[in-house]
Write a protein that binds this ligand. Structure first.
Ligand SMILES: Cc1cc2nc3c(=O)[nH]c(=O)nc-3n(C[C@H](O)[C@H](O)[C@H](O)COP(=O)(O)O)c2cc1C
Length: 824
């Protein structure tokens, strides 16, 4: 990031990108200047891009002890000197005869990638020869796909590492400056990688109209995959919805871009749409942004709003125009110098540390409609909060799924509900809870605790890791074959807190990915969303999880440069699918974990309330301590206690060689979350454990029988309403779990919220759309039925209503026959 020699024509090197722009303007032919500088229409969007960055205010933070900051980052498995790359721009040769080769040298010197335009003025081979950092190819899809395919093959052969498909250009925007100037490329400026004889390229707008394919849809991603192995990014996404579709289409990255204001005039500034797009992407792929980046601090602003990196457009052309490769290098150096300054003055040690806490004052997406904020009654000075200003997780649909169900249950109180995964209430005895607490106090006294110590245990803040760890250890030994020390246990506020603590501790860097069996319990994906942990779903097959699929996910993530850190699974009677992993699959999973240095997060709350003998827990099969076991007493004791625990016996070594257990580290985090699990709750659970000598299987013998019976009645009623030949004809099916609270019904129509509403309104029965449990697409034609909360008579009535709903819905949609798509 050293200053360069003064590009000729100025008394000193330009001190800002603005100065580079000014010097470039004086050097270039006015029509060429207009061509690079201009935007579409009235250039509102062009101006908005710049204005949005102008509104960013960063918080200076002092005495942070940050020292040297590190602006480097890793994208698609490659280290970049900073989260900046050069945006694809046509014809660098218009700025300087060396064109893209000069830019590639400059980018290489700064350790930054260059995205080379389809309309590059130099060949891909020449550019690659000059490059010392990653090259990506920007792809325009032509009507003639063969031309596009050849372009991609040439770039791949030259060593380009990724494809960036520009998706905002079914035609070129009306750029009035070019129209007024009747802009034509000089004869020597040609696209060096396109067939010279096939088109007249001299008028970019004219060629755009005749050459570009205006009818592209999302299937183009699959086409690109069919012609190239390279990762595919899409450039030009501006809405959360399109970002989701892009991810559903399997892209490897997204560039939020409005083409530097050159396409749809009136489109918002890219920075203004970044936060909602980032919320939708939720770390599932790299997210880049371009448009209006003109200073190093702009880079930091974009990162704070959720980008992983930015592309720099016009300023690089300005540098080239001013002094060729040296000028482009000067521009990049300046941006990196300013970024380093901004990071230091905001106490941002690394790129991963840049988050929304850096922002202060008016956020970029504010300003337009502040006046339209609803007034809060009775408080005229109230501050209206915008959802976009809150953490992106609050916009994550996963955090909302249960609200819809609760709302619908409230609206139709007389429905039979197969929605809640709740224990059957007839087993609750209102006096028992007091007996449990009494029993625990007596136990403490019998153990020799003084009155004073017992008072403290009950009334005072307690030990962070919990005060009933010994009893939990005994119970795990008796019931689960898990042999662990009390010190390896942290008592948590439900298993949910256990998930939060575990993810917080394990996921230290943005390249760490959580793999989850999918469909997946929303508690873990929700916690991942809160912590911005990227999630990679591994889809269960109809008969359960295939460990080969987990391995494929591990390898795919590695290939993307990310680190699969842990795999979350409910091995027994899974919520939501009801499937159980076989013993063989458990062994294979543990072998895989060892092979790939993967941790397993085992969550298994239904075992102890399921009939029959259970398969061994993963934790009990795990001498290598790869399994972190998340426990819950919600089903086996009662949910209101909100007591869970984590068995985290993994040794943790610090740089001095000192060793703790992962449980100790979780307790540190817990001390800042819930301080300790309420003593009253622990006392009640402890009393319940003492009552059965730690053998919760024995305590739950009757409930387990009940749940087994509820499952049997549910299956029997489904069989009765839909005998095999009928269900085959209608395209309905279901699995046959061996226990737990849930099963999966496959249907031949979309089982979405609209269908759920019809089911509640017209048939008086509620269920849960399986799609709620898919972190990505999937489950659209599946339903989760939960039978745990209902009596056999209610189940019988409810399945009758459910059957009527299924028949009505099949008739309504005209859909019968085998269910397309996924099975669970
Ligand atoms: C002269 C010029 C040519 C461009 N050519 C392309 C191109 O060939 N392909 C593409 O995807 N985007 C192209 N763009 C858009 C840029 O990649 C980028 O989206 C935009 O310039 C970023 O905004 P900024 O210039 O404000 O930094 C071009 C932009 C300019 C200014």
């Amino acid at each position: 990031m050293t200053g360069r020699t003064a590009p000729s024509g100025g008394s000193r090197p330009p001190l800002s990108l603005e100065e580079y722009a000014e010097r470039a303007r004086t050097r270039l032919d006015p029509a060429v200047w207009d061509f690079i500088e201009g935007g579409a229409g009235e250039e509102r969007t062009l101006a908005a891009n710049l204005a949005a960055f102008d509104r960013i205010r960063l918080s200076p933070r002092v005495l942070t002890g940050t020292g040297e900051c590190d602006p480097s980052t890793t994208i698609l498995g490659r280290r970049w000197g900073a989260p900046v790359a050069v945006a694809p721009m046509a014809y660098h040769t218009l700025m300087h005869p060396e064109g893209e080769t000069a830019t590639a040298r400059a980018a290489g010197a700064a350790g930054l990638p260059l995205v080379v335009s389809t309309f590059a003025g130099r060949t891909y081979r020449e550019i690659a020869a000059a490059a010392a950092s990653p090259l990506w190819l920007q792809v325009y899809c032509f009507r003639d796909r063969d031309t596009t395919r050849r372009l991609i093959e040439h770039a791949a052969a030259a060593g380009f590492e990724a494809l960036v498909l520009t998706v905002d250009t079914p035609r070129l925007g009306r750029r009035l400056r070019d129209l007024r100037n009747d802009f034509r490329l000089p004869p020597h400026i040609v696209p060096a990688n396109l067939p010279a004889d096939q088109a007249d390229y001299s008028s970019p707008s004219e060629h755009g109209r005749t050459g570009l394919d205006p009818s592209l849809d999302w299937s183009v991603i699959a086409w690109l995959r069919s012609v190239s192995q390279l990762p595919v990014l899409v450039k030009g996404v501006m809405t959360a919805e399109d970002a989701r579709r892009a991810i559903d289409s399997g892209v490897d990255g997204i560039v939020v871009s409005n083409h530097g204001g050159r396409q749809l005039d009136g489109a918002p500034a890219t920075l203004d749409v970044l936060a909602p797009v980032a919320a939708a992407v939720d770390g599932r792929c790299p997210l880049l942004l371009d448009g209006g980046v003109r200073r190093g601090r702009d880079v930091l602003g974009a990162l704070a709003l959720g980008a992983d990196a930015v592309l720099l457009g016009r300023p690089v052309l300005h540098g080239l125009a001013v002094a060729g490769g040296d000028g482009a290098a000067g521009v990049l150096d300046l941006v990196l110098e300013e970024l380093s300054e901004a990071m230091t003055l905001t106490g941002t040690a690394t790129v991963a540390d840049a988050d929304a806490s850096l922002l202060t004052g008016e956020a970029p997406h504010r300003g337009v409609a502040d006046a339209a904020l609803p007034a809060v009654p009775g408080n005229t000075a109230a501050t209206g909060l915008r959802k976009q200003d809150l953490h992106r997780s609050v916009s994550d649909p996963v955090l909302d799924t249960m609200n819809f169900l609760n709302e619908i249950t409230g609206r139709f109180p007389d429905v039979v509900s197969f929605a809640p995964g709740r224990p059957y209430e007839e087993f609750f005895d209102k006096d028992e809870i007091l007996d449990h607490i009494r029993r625990y106090l007596d136990h403490l006294a019998a153990d020799g605790a003084s009155d004073h110590a017992i008072r403290t245990a009950l009334y005072q803040y307690g030990p962070t890791a919990g005060q009933i760890r010994g009893l939990i250890r005994d119970s795990l030994r008796a019931d689960e074959g898990i042999d662990t020390a009390p010190e390896a246990i942290v008592v948590t506020v439900g298993a949910q807190e256990g998930m939060l603590l575990t993810l917080r501790a394990l996921f230290a860097n943005p390249a760490d990915v959580l793999l989850v069996a999918s469909p997946c319990y929303v508690g873990i994906t929700g916690a991942a969303s809160l912590l911005q942990v990227p999630v990679h779903p591994v889809e269960e097959r109809a008969d359960g999880l295939d460990v080969a699929d987990v391995e494929a996910a591990v390898l795919a993530e590695r290939a993307r440069g990310r680190r699969p850190r842990a795999f979350y699974v409910v091995p027994d009677h899974s919520n939501p699918s009801g499937n159980t992993m076989s013993r063989r699959a458990r062994e294979e999973l543990l072998e895989l974990a060892a092979r790939h240095d993967l941790l397993i997060l085992e969550d298994s709350p239904y075992r102890l309330v399921s009939p029959g003998v259970q398969l061994p827990t993963l934790k009990s099969m795990d001498p290598a301590r790869r399994v972190i076991h998340l426990g819950s007493y919600a089903k086996s004791v009662f949910p209101s206690a909100r007591v869970g625990f984590v068995v985290a016996d993994q040794p943790v070594r610090d740089p001095s060689g000192a060793e703790t257990l992962l449980a100790d580290e979780l307790a540190k985090i817990k001390s800042m979350v819930t301080v300790n699990t309420p003593a009253l709750s622990q006392a009640a659970v402890a009393g319940a454990l003492l009552a059965c000598g730690g053998r919760l299987t024995e305590r739950n013998a009757v409930p387990a029988k009940h749940y087994g019976e509820a499952l049997r009645v549910t299956l029997e009623q489904l069989d009765r309403h839909f005998p095999e030949d009928v269900r085959d004809r209608l395209g309905i099916g279901w699995n046959r779990p061996s226990g737990g609270f849930f099963l999966t019904v496959r249907v031949p129509f979309p089982a979405d919220n609209a269908a759920l509403l019809r089911s509640a309104e017209d048939h008086g029965v509620i269920w849960t759309p399986m799609a709620y449990f898919y972190p990505g697409p999937g489950g659209e034609r599946s339903i989760r039925l939960s039978f745990s909360y209902l009596s056999p008579a209610e189940i019988e009535e409810g399945i009758g209503r459910f059957a009527a709903f299924l028949r009505a819905e099949i008739e309504r949609s005209g859909a019968t026959g085998p269910t397309p798509g996924r099975d669970t």
